[in-house]
Design a protein around this ligand. Sequence first.
Ligand SMILES: [Ca+2]
Ligand SMILES: [Ca+2]
Length: 98
Amino acid sequence: MTQRIPFLPAALSAVVLAGASVAACAQTQAPASESSARARLAVEAAFNRADANNDGKLSRDEAGHLPAIALKFDDLDTNKDGFLSMEEFSAVLNTPAA
Ligand SMILES: [Ca+2]
Ligand SMILES: [Ca+2]
């Protein structure tokens, strides 16, 4: 029974990876509402990954790890405080890719 413990991190990684690929596929195949919900989860995951110091906002340096975000940093930073909140970051979902 104690042998289950070493499997946990690997199982969790598999779930996370599967979730990420499902989210990627869902963007083109799922209904819009489900797609946007999954996209939001993916955005939140990306935000949390990029938030290196876990203060709940992205500095310009942290956003630099996400080129698509870094390019739009000034547009996304609507309150011009030099950081992207989760809310500001999520605005990329509403921005046409063009
Ligand atoms: Ca941060
Ligand atoms: Ca801001």
